[in-house]
Write a protein that binds this ligand. Structure first.
Ligand SMILES: C[S@@+](CC[C@H](N)C(=O)[O-])C[C@H]1O[C@@H](n2cnc3c(N)ncnc32)[C@H](O)[C@@H]1O
Length: 449
Protein backbone atom coordinates (compact mmCIF):
# COMPACT_ATOMS: atom_id res chain seq x y z
CA UNK A 1 0.00 0.00 0.00
CA UNK A 2 1.32 3.46 -0.86
CA UNK A 3 2.57 5.48 2.08
CA UNK A 4 1.11 8.94 2.57
CA UNK A 5 3.78 11.64 2.77
CA UNK A 6 3.22 15.27 3.55
CA UNK A 7 5.78 18.07 3.45
CA UNK A 8 5.24 18.43 7.19
CA UNK A 9 6.06 14.81 7.94
CA UNK A 10 9.20 15.04 5.83
CA UNK A 11 10.26 18.13 7.75
CA UNK A 12 9.61 16.29 11.01
CA UNK A 13 11.93 13.53 9.79
CA UNK A 14 14.62 16.04 8.79
CA UNK A 15 14.40 17.69 12.21
CA UNK A 16 14.36 14.40 14.11
CA UNK A 17 17.51 13.36 12.25
CA UNK A 18 19.22 16.65 13.08
CA UNK A 19 18.25 16.19 16.76
CA UNK A 20 19.25 12.50 16.76
CA UNK A 21 15.85 11.88 18.25
CA UNK A 22 15.94 8.13 18.59
CA UNK A 23 12.51 8.02 20.21
CA UNK A 24 10.64 9.17 17.15
CA UNK A 25 12.98 8.22 14.28
CA UNK A 26 12.22 4.47 14.09
CA UNK A 27 8.52 5.18 13.81
CA UNK A 28 9.00 7.98 11.29
CA UNK A 29 11.17 5.74 9.16
CA UNK A 30 8.44 3.14 9.10
CA UNK A 31 6.23 5.69 7.35
CA UNK A 32 8.78 7.64 5.36
CA UNK A 33 11.64 7.14 2.99
CA UNK A 34 14.84 8.57 4.49
CA UNK A 35 15.57 10.06 1.07
CA UNK A 36 13.80 13.35 1.35
CA UNK A 37 15.59 16.66 1.21
CA UNK A 38 15.04 20.14 2.52
CA UNK A 39 14.05 22.29 -0.48
CA UNK A 40 16.36 25.13 0.62
CA UNK A 41 19.53 23.31 1.59
CA UNK A 42 18.94 20.06 -0.29
CA UNK A 43 20.10 18.31 2.85
CA UNK A 44 18.76 14.87 3.61
CA UNK A 45 18.24 13.38 7.07
CA UNK A 46 21.74 11.87 6.76
CA UNK A 47 23.26 15.29 6.04
CA UNK A 48 21.35 16.74 8.98
CA UNK A 49 22.41 14.01 11.39
CA UNK A 50 26.04 14.94 10.73
CA UNK A 51 25.80 18.67 10.04
CA UNK A 52 23.95 19.36 13.29
CA UNK A 53 27.11 18.45 15.18
CA UNK A 54 28.57 21.71 13.94
CA UNK A 55 26.06 23.81 15.81
CA UNK A 56 27.17 22.78 19.28
CA UNK A 57 30.51 24.55 18.97
CA UNK A 58 32.47 26.04 20.70
CA UNK A 59 31.81 23.11 23.04
CA UNK A 60 32.63 19.82 21.33
CA UNK A 61 29.69 17.45 21.33
CA UNK A 62 29.50 15.11 24.33
CA UNK A 63 30.32 11.41 23.93
CA UNK A 64 26.62 10.71 24.37
CA UNK A 65 25.66 13.13 21.60
CA UNK A 66 28.22 11.54 19.28
CA UNK A 67 26.91 8.08 20.08
CA UNK A 68 23.35 9.22 19.29
CA UNK A 69 24.59 10.70 16.01
CA UNK A 70 26.22 7.40 15.17
CA UNK A 71 23.06 5.44 16.01
CA UNK A 72 20.99 7.86 13.92
CA UNK A 73 23.29 7.46 10.94
CA UNK A 74 23.18 3.69 11.25
CA UNK A 75 19.39 3.72 11.49
CA UNK A 76 19.06 5.92 8.42
CA UNK A 77 21.46 3.75 6.41
CA UNK A 78 19.65 0.57 7.47
CA UNK A 79 16.48 2.15 6.20
CA UNK A 80 17.92 2.82 2.77
CA UNK A 81 19.40 6.31 3.08
CA UNK A 82 21.56 7.10 0.07
CA UNK A 83 25.20 7.62 1.00
CA UNK A 84 26.25 10.02 -1.75
CA UNK A 85 23.48 12.59 -2.13
CA UNK A 86 24.77 16.12 -2.71
CA UNK A 87 23.38 19.10 -0.84
CA UNK A 88 23.29 22.66 -2.15
CA UNK A 89 26.95 23.11 -1.23
CA UNK A 90 27.78 19.99 -3.25
CA UNK A 91 28.66 18.03 -0.15
CA UNK A 92 27.73 14.45 0.61
CA UNK A 93 27.00 13.58 4.25
CA UNK A 94 30.48 12.01 4.39
CA UNK A 95 32.08 15.22 3.05
CA UNK A 96 30.49 17.12 5.93
CA UNK A 97 31.77 14.56 8.45
CA UNK A 98 35.26 14.94 7.00
CA UNK A 99 35.12 18.74 7.01
CA UNK A 100 33.97 18.80 10.64
CA UNK A 101 36.71 16.35 11.62
CA UNK A 102 34.44 13.45 12.67
CA UNK A 103 36.67 10.71 11.42
CA UNK A 104 34.56 7.86 12.78
CA UNK A 105 31.39 9.18 11.15
CA UNK A 106 33.32 9.72 7.93
CA UNK A 107 34.44 6.09 8.03
CA UNK A 108 30.82 5.00 8.56
CA UNK A 109 29.90 6.86 5.39
CA UNK A 110 32.83 5.36 3.48
CA UNK A 111 31.76 1.87 4.57
CA UNK A 112 28.19 2.61 3.52
CA UNK A 113 29.52 3.67 0.12
CA UNK A 114 31.58 0.52 -0.20
CA UNK A 115 28.59 -1.70 0.63
CA UNK A 116 26.40 0.13 -1.84
CA UNK A 117 28.93 0.11 -4.69
CA UNK A 118 29.80 -3.56 -4.15
CA UNK A 119 26.13 -4.50 -4.35
CA UNK A 120 25.60 -2.37 -7.43
CA UNK A 121 28.64 -3.91 -9.08
CA UNK A 122 27.46 -7.39 -8.22
CA UNK A 123 24.05 -6.83 -9.77
CA UNK A 124 25.52 -5.08 -12.79
CA UNK A 125 24.49 -1.54 -11.90
CA UNK A 126 27.26 0.08 -13.89
CA UNK A 127 26.56 2.16 -16.90
CA UNK A 128 28.94 4.54 -18.63
CA UNK A 129 27.58 8.03 -18.35
CA UNK A 130 26.29 9.44 -21.59
CA UNK A 131 28.82 12.08 -22.54
CA UNK A 132 26.06 14.07 -24.24
CA UNK A 133 24.10 14.26 -21.02
CA UNK A 134 25.19 17.78 -20.20
CA UNK A 135 24.25 19.17 -23.58
CA UNK A 136 20.91 17.50 -23.29
CA UNK A 137 20.27 19.43 -20.12
CA UNK A 138 20.82 16.66 -17.64
CA UNK A 139 22.64 17.46 -14.44
CA UNK A 140 26.34 16.64 -14.35
CA UNK A 141 27.11 13.14 -13.17
CA UNK A 142 23.87 12.79 -11.32
CA UNK A 143 21.47 10.06 -10.59
CA UNK A 144 17.79 10.36 -10.17
CA UNK A 145 16.79 8.42 -7.15
CA UNK A 146 13.25 8.25 -6.01
CA UNK A 147 13.41 5.38 -3.67
CA UNK A 148 9.72 5.05 -3.10
CA UNK A 149 8.74 6.61 -6.38
CA UNK A 150 6.53 9.11 -4.58
CA UNK A 151 8.71 12.02 -3.58
CA UNK A 152 7.83 13.96 -6.71
CA UNK A 153 4.25 14.01 -5.67
CA UNK A 154 4.95 15.80 -2.44
CA UNK A 155 4.40 19.53 -2.72
CA UNK A 156 7.25 21.54 -1.31
CA UNK A 157 9.63 18.60 -1.28
CA UNK A 158 12.44 18.00 -3.66
CA UNK A 159 13.12 14.57 -5.05
CA UNK A 160 16.65 13.36 -4.50
CA UNK A 161 18.21 13.90 -7.85
CA UNK A 162 21.60 15.10 -6.79
CA UNK A 163 23.48 12.06 -5.65
CA UNK A 164 26.86 12.00 -7.26
CA UNK A 165 27.20 9.38 -9.87
CA UNK A 166 29.06 6.34 -8.83
CA UNK A 167 32.67 6.15 -9.37
CA UNK A 168 34.41 5.64 -12.59
CA UNK A 169 37.56 4.02 -13.65
CA UNK A 170 40.77 5.79 -14.56
CA UNK A 171 38.51 7.42 -17.07
CA UNK A 172 39.40 11.03 -17.72
CA UNK A 173 36.31 11.68 -19.74
CA UNK A 174 33.70 14.36 -19.61
CA UNK A 175 31.73 13.66 -16.50
CA UNK A 176 32.61 12.57 -13.04
CA UNK A 177 30.63 9.47 -12.67
CA UNK A 178 28.74 6.56 -13.87
CA UNK A 179 25.00 6.50 -13.51
CA UNK A 180 23.72 4.20 -10.83
CA UNK A 181 20.08 3.37 -11.13
CA UNK A 182 17.90 1.84 -8.51
CA UNK A 183 18.64 -1.89 -8.44
CA UNK A 184 15.39 -2.91 -9.99
CA UNK A 185 15.77 -0.22 -12.62
CA UNK A 186 15.93 -1.57 -16.11
CA UNK A 187 15.98 -4.72 -17.99
CA UNK A 188 17.78 -3.07 -20.90
CA UNK A 189 20.86 -2.71 -18.75
CA UNK A 190 20.73 -6.35 -17.80
CA UNK A 191 20.65 -7.19 -21.46
CA UNK A 192 23.80 -5.11 -22.00
CA UNK A 193 25.43 -6.87 -19.11
CA UNK A 194 24.61 -10.19 -20.63
CA UNK A 195 26.21 -9.18 -23.89
CA UNK A 196 29.32 -8.06 -22.07
CA UNK A 197 29.63 -11.39 -20.34
CA UNK A 198 30.61 -13.12 -23.55
CA UNK A 199 34.28 -12.10 -23.39
CA UNK A 200 34.36 -13.92 -20.05
CA UNK A 201 33.26 -17.08 -21.79
CA UNK A 202 35.90 -16.54 -24.40
CA UNK A 203 38.57 -15.95 -21.77
CA UNK A 204 37.46 -19.11 -19.96
CA UNK A 205 37.65 -20.97 -23.22
CA UNK A 206 41.12 -19.59 -23.90
CA UNK A 207 42.43 -20.65 -20.49
CA UNK A 208 41.04 -24.09 -21.17
CA UNK A 209 43.91 -26.24 -22.49
CA UNK A 210 41.45 -28.17 -24.66
CA UNK A 211 40.10 -25.00 -26.23
CA UNK A 212 39.06 -25.33 -29.84
CA UNK A 213 38.57 -21.60 -30.32
CA UNK A 214 40.54 -20.12 -33.21
CA UNK A 215 41.98 -16.61 -33.28
CA UNK A 216 39.63 -15.65 -36.10
CA UNK A 217 36.65 -16.87 -34.08
CA UNK A 218 37.71 -14.60 -31.23
CA UNK A 219 38.16 -11.69 -33.63
CA UNK A 220 34.86 -12.33 -35.31
CA UNK A 221 33.09 -12.31 -31.98
CA UNK A 222 34.78 -9.16 -30.76
CA UNK A 223 34.04 -7.30 -33.97
CA UNK A 224 30.42 -7.39 -32.91
CA UNK A 225 31.06 -5.53 -29.67
CA UNK A 226 30.73 -1.76 -29.50
CA UNK A 227 33.60 0.63 -30.24
CA UNK A 228 33.59 3.75 -28.09
CA UNK A 229 33.32 7.01 -30.02
CA UNK A 230 36.62 8.07 -28.45
CA UNK A 231 38.47 5.70 -30.74
CA UNK A 232 37.19 7.47 -33.84
CA UNK A 233 37.87 10.99 -32.53
CA UNK A 234 40.91 13.03 -33.53
CA UNK A 235 43.55 13.42 -30.83
CA UNK A 236 45.92 16.33 -30.25
CA UNK A 237 49.36 15.93 -28.73
CA UNK A 238 50.37 19.13 -26.90
CA UNK A 239 53.73 19.53 -25.11
CA UNK A 240 52.08 18.65 -21.80
CA UNK A 241 49.05 16.58 -22.65
CA UNK A 242 47.11 14.36 -24.99
CA UNK A 243 43.62 15.71 -25.65
CA UNK A 244 40.58 14.28 -27.39
CA UNK A 245 38.44 16.35 -29.74
CA UNK A 246 36.38 17.69 -26.81
CA UNK A 247 39.49 18.85 -24.93
CA UNK A 248 39.15 16.04 -22.44
CA UNK A 249 42.59 15.12 -21.16
CA UNK A 250 43.43 11.59 -22.20
CA UNK A 251 46.81 11.96 -20.49
CA UNK A 252 48.76 14.80 -18.86
CA UNK A 253 52.41 15.09 -18.04
CA UNK A 254 51.82 15.91 -14.36
CA UNK A 255 51.38 12.13 -14.07
CA UNK A 256 55.06 11.61 -14.97
CA UNK A 257 56.21 11.22 -11.36
CA UNK A 258 53.43 8.69 -10.78
CA UNK A 259 54.28 6.79 -13.98
CA UNK A 260 58.04 6.73 -13.21
CA UNK A 261 57.45 5.40 -9.71
CA UNK A 262 54.89 2.90 -10.98
CA UNK A 263 57.30 1.44 -13.53
CA UNK A 264 60.15 1.17 -11.03
CA UNK A 265 57.92 -0.57 -8.48
CA UNK A 266 56.28 -2.92 -10.96
CA UNK A 267 59.57 -3.99 -12.51
CA UNK A 268 62.08 -3.64 -9.67
CA UNK A 269 65.77 -4.51 -10.07
CA UNK A 270 65.33 -7.43 -7.63
CA UNK A 271 63.17 -9.15 -10.19
CA UNK A 272 65.90 -10.86 -12.15
CA UNK A 273 63.86 -13.85 -13.30
CA UNK A 274 61.07 -12.32 -15.36
CA UNK A 275 61.68 -8.91 -16.89
CA UNK A 276 58.78 -8.95 -19.32
CA UNK A 277 56.15 -6.24 -19.25
CA UNK A 278 52.69 -5.58 -20.68
CA UNK A 279 51.34 -2.03 -20.71
CA UNK A 280 47.75 -1.43 -21.77
CA UNK A 281 47.21 2.15 -23.00
CA UNK A 282 50.23 4.01 -24.46
CA UNK A 283 48.90 7.60 -24.26
CA UNK A 284 51.97 9.84 -24.12
CA UNK A 285 54.25 6.84 -23.67
CA UNK A 286 55.40 8.08 -20.27
CA UNK A 287 55.06 4.79 -18.46
CA UNK A 288 56.50 2.87 -21.41
CA UNK A 289 59.60 5.07 -21.45
CA UNK A 290 59.90 4.52 -17.70
CA UNK A 291 59.61 0.74 -18.16
CA UNK A 292 62.37 0.92 -20.77
CA UNK A 293 64.76 2.29 -18.13
CA UNK A 294 64.41 -1.08 -16.39
CA UNK A 295 65.62 -2.86 -19.56
CA UNK A 296 62.74 -5.30 -20.04
CA UNK A 297 63.55 -8.38 -22.09
CA UNK A 298 60.13 -8.18 -23.73
CA UNK A 299 57.84 -5.14 -23.78
CA UNK A 300 54.27 -5.54 -25.01
CA UNK A 301 52.14 -2.47 -25.61
CA UNK A 302 48.38 -2.71 -26.20
CA UNK A 303 46.96 0.43 -27.79
CA UNK A 304 43.72 1.05 -29.65
CA UNK A 305 43.67 4.62 -30.94
CA UNK A 306 44.95 5.09 -34.54
CA UNK A 307 46.49 8.52 -33.73
CA UNK A 308 48.44 7.07 -30.82
CA UNK A 309 49.55 4.11 -32.93
CA UNK A 310 50.79 6.58 -35.55
CA UNK A 311 52.86 8.34 -32.88
CA UNK A 312 54.25 5.00 -31.70
CA UNK A 313 55.39 4.36 -35.25
CA UNK A 314 56.87 7.85 -35.69
CA UNK A 315 58.75 7.56 -32.41
CA UNK A 316 60.37 4.28 -33.41
CA UNK A 317 58.66 1.88 -31.03
CA UNK A 318 57.88 -0.49 -33.89
CA UNK A 319 61.61 -0.73 -34.68
CA UNK A 320 62.63 -1.98 -31.24
CA UNK A 321 63.20 -5.74 -31.46
CA UNK A 322 62.00 -6.53 -27.93
CA UNK A 323 58.80 -4.47 -28.35
CA UNK A 324 55.52 -6.02 -29.51
CA UNK A 325 52.61 -3.73 -30.28
CA UNK A 326 49.10 -5.14 -30.03
CA UNK A 327 47.06 -2.85 -32.24
CA UNK A 328 43.41 -2.53 -31.25
CA UNK A 329 41.29 -2.72 -28.14
CA UNK A 330 42.79 -4.93 -25.45
CA UNK A 331 39.42 -6.69 -25.32
CA UNK A 332 40.13 -7.82 -28.90
CA UNK A 333 43.90 -8.25 -28.90
CA UNK A 334 44.58 -9.91 -25.56
CA UNK A 335 42.40 -12.99 -26.10
CA UNK A 336 44.36 -13.62 -29.29
CA UNK A 337 47.67 -12.91 -27.60
CA UNK A 338 46.83 -15.44 -24.89
CA UNK A 339 45.73 -17.98 -27.43
CA UNK A 340 48.95 -17.59 -29.40
CA UNK A 341 51.21 -17.47 -26.31
CA UNK A 342 49.65 -20.05 -24.01
CA UNK A 343 52.75 -20.44 -21.83
CA UNK A 344 53.72 -16.82 -21.39
CA UNK A 345 53.79 -15.25 -17.93
CA UNK A 346 54.64 -11.59 -17.42
CA UNK A 347 56.78 -9.92 -14.80
CA UNK A 348 54.83 -6.65 -14.82
CA UNK A 349 51.41 -5.62 -16.09
CA UNK A 350 50.11 -2.05 -16.12
CA UNK A 351 46.64 -0.83 -17.12
CA UNK A 352 45.73 2.77 -17.88
CA UNK A 353 43.11 3.22 -20.57
CA UNK A 354 40.64 5.99 -21.29
CA UNK A 355 36.89 6.16 -21.55
CA UNK A 356 36.30 2.77 -19.97
CA UNK A 357 34.20 1.89 -16.92
CA UNK A 358 35.19 0.14 -13.72
CA UNK A 359 33.64 -3.00 -15.22
CA UNK A 360 36.39 -2.99 -17.83
CA UNK A 361 39.17 -2.68 -15.27
CA UNK A 362 37.60 -5.47 -13.25
CA UNK A 363 37.26 -7.65 -16.31
CA UNK A 364 40.90 -6.94 -17.14
CA UNK A 365 42.31 -8.05 -13.82
CA UNK A 366 39.93 -10.92 -13.20
CA UNK A 367 40.50 -12.47 -16.61
CA UNK A 368 43.78 -11.28 -18.07
CA UNK A 369 45.97 -10.40 -15.09
CA UNK A 370 45.04 -13.66 -13.44
CA UNK A 371 45.91 -15.50 -16.63
CA UNK A 372 49.10 -13.65 -17.56
CA UNK A 373 50.89 -12.47 -14.40
CA UNK A 374 53.92 -14.45 -13.24
CA UNK A 375 52.67 -16.15 -10.06
CA UNK A 376 56.09 -15.88 -8.37
CA UNK A 377 57.47 -12.43 -9.13
CA UNK A 378 54.71 -10.76 -11.14
CA UNK A 379 53.35 -7.36 -10.19
CA UNK A 380 50.22 -5.68 -11.49
CA UNK A 381 49.29 -2.01 -11.30
CA UNK A 382 46.75 0.39 -12.78
CA UNK A 383 46.15 4.13 -12.78
CA UNK A 384 43.93 4.66 -9.74
CA UNK A 385 41.72 7.52 -10.75
CA UNK A 386 38.62 5.81 -9.42
CA UNK A 387 36.42 8.46 -7.84
CA UNK A 388 39.32 10.91 -7.80
CA UNK A 389 36.97 13.87 -8.10
CA UNK A 390 36.25 13.77 -4.41
CA UNK A 391 37.92 12.34 -1.32
CA UNK A 392 35.05 10.13 -0.15
CA UNK A 393 34.61 8.56 -3.59
CA UNK A 394 38.34 7.88 -3.80
CA UNK A 395 38.28 6.28 -0.35
CA UNK A 396 35.23 4.21 -1.24
CA UNK A 397 36.71 2.99 -4.49
CA UNK A 398 40.10 2.27 -3.01
CA UNK A 399 38.31 -0.25 -0.81
CA UNK A 400 36.01 -1.58 -3.53
CA UNK A 401 38.83 -2.32 -5.95
CA UNK A 402 40.95 -3.82 -3.17
CA UNK A 403 38.11 -6.24 -2.33
CA UNK A 404 37.63 -7.15 -5.97
CA UNK A 405 41.36 -7.73 -6.47
CA UNK A 406 41.48 -9.89 -3.37
CA UNK A 407 38.67 -11.98 -4.75
CA UNK A 408 41.00 -12.74 -7.68
CA UNK A 409 43.81 -13.72 -5.31
CA UNK A 410 45.64 -10.38 -5.65
CA UNK A 411 46.94 -8.53 -2.59
CA UNK A 412 47.27 -4.78 -2.97
CA UNK A 413 49.94 -2.60 -1.45
CA UNK A 414 49.07 1.11 -1.71
CA UNK A 415 51.94 3.57 -2.04
CA UNK A 416 50.93 7.15 -1.28
CA UNK A 417 52.35 9.78 -3.62
CA UNK A 418 52.08 13.49 -2.80
CA UNK A 419 51.01 15.63 -5.72
CA UNK A 420 51.82 19.20 -4.69
CA UNK A 421 52.20 20.39 -8.26
CA UNK A 422 48.51 19.72 -8.88
CA UNK A 423 47.65 22.85 -6.92
CA UNK A 424 48.99 24.99 -9.78
CA UNK A 425 47.33 25.88 -13.08
CA UNK A 426 47.90 22.48 -14.63
CA UNK A 427 44.35 22.24 -15.81
CA UNK A 428 44.00 25.46 -17.79
CA UNK A 429 43.80 23.89 -21.24
CA UNK A 430 41.61 20.94 -20.42
CA UNK A 431 37.89 20.65 -20.14
CA UNK A 432 37.78 19.21 -16.69
CA UNK A 433 40.00 18.35 -13.77
CA UNK A 434 39.95 14.58 -13.45
CA UNK A 435 42.08 14.32 -10.32
CA UNK A 436 41.07 16.50 -7.43
CA UNK A 437 43.17 15.28 -4.52
CA UNK A 438 46.64 16.03 -3.14
CA UNK A 439 47.63 12.42 -2.71
CA UNK A 440 47.63 9.66 -5.29
CA UNK A 441 47.33 6.03 -4.19
CA UNK A 442 49.57 3.86 -6.32
CA UNK A 443 48.53 0.19 -6.30
CA UNK A 444 51.03 -2.65 -6.48
CA UNK A 445 49.25 -6.00 -6.66
CA UNK A 446 50.81 -9.42 -6.25
CA UNK A 447 49.48 -12.91 -5.83
CA UNK A 448 49.18 -13.58 -2.11
CA UNK A 449 51.47 -16.09 -0.44
C1 LIG B 1 45.59 7.57 -20.10
S1 LIG B 1 46.29 7.10 -21.59
C2 LIG B 1 47.65 6.12 -21.07
C3 LIG B 1 48.76 6.94 -20.56
C4 LIG B 1 50.03 6.17 -20.30
N1 LIG B 1 49.94 5.46 -19.06
C5 LIG B 1 51.23 7.09 -20.27
O1 LIG B 1 52.06 6.92 -19.38
O2 LIG B 1 51.34 7.97 -21.11
C6 LIG B 1 45.13 5.93 -22.16
C7 LIG B 1 45.47 5.25 -23.44
O3 LIG B 1 44.66 4.08 -23.53
C8 LIG B 1 44.23 3.92 -24.87
N2 LIG B 1 43.02 3.08 -24.88
C9 LIG B 1 41.76 3.42 -24.53
N3 LIG B 1 40.95 2.36 -24.60
C10 LIG B 1 41.71 1.32 -24.99
C11 LIG B 1 41.44 -0.05 -25.22
N4 LIG B 1 40.22 -0.57 -25.05
N5 LIG B 1 42.47 -0.85 -25.60
C12 LIG B 1 43.72 -0.36 -25.76
N6 LIG B 1 44.02 0.95 -25.55
C13 LIG B 1 43.04 1.77 -25.16
C14 LIG B 1 44.01 5.34 -25.33
O4 LIG B 1 43.98 5.45 -26.72
C15 LIG B 1 45.20 6.06 -24.69
O5 LIG B 1 46.30 6.04 -25.53
Amino acid sequence: MATQHTPESAQVLLLAAADHNLHVLPNLLRQHTPNVADPETLRTPLHNAIASLEKVEPQPPSAEKLKDAETTIRLLLENGAIWNTLDKEHETPGCIAYRLGYEHLYEMMVDAGVRCEMILNAIGGWEQIDSDAEEEGEAEGTVVVENDGEADDIPGLVSIDSSIGSIKNSDKMDEDGVIVDAPEADSEKNATKEKKSHPEDIAAEISNPDSTLSASEVLEYNATTETPSYLSSTLTFTPHSLLDSNRNAVMMDWESSVMDLTASLLLPEENTTNRTVLNVGFGMGIVDKAFEKGKPTRHIIAEAHPDVLKKLREDGWYDMPHVTILEGKWQDTLPIFMLENPDVTLGAIYFDTFGESYDQLKQFFSEYVVGLLDPEVGRFGFFHGLGADRRICYDVYTKVVEFDLLECGLDTNWVEVDLPELKTEKWEDVKRKYFNLDTYRLPICTFGA
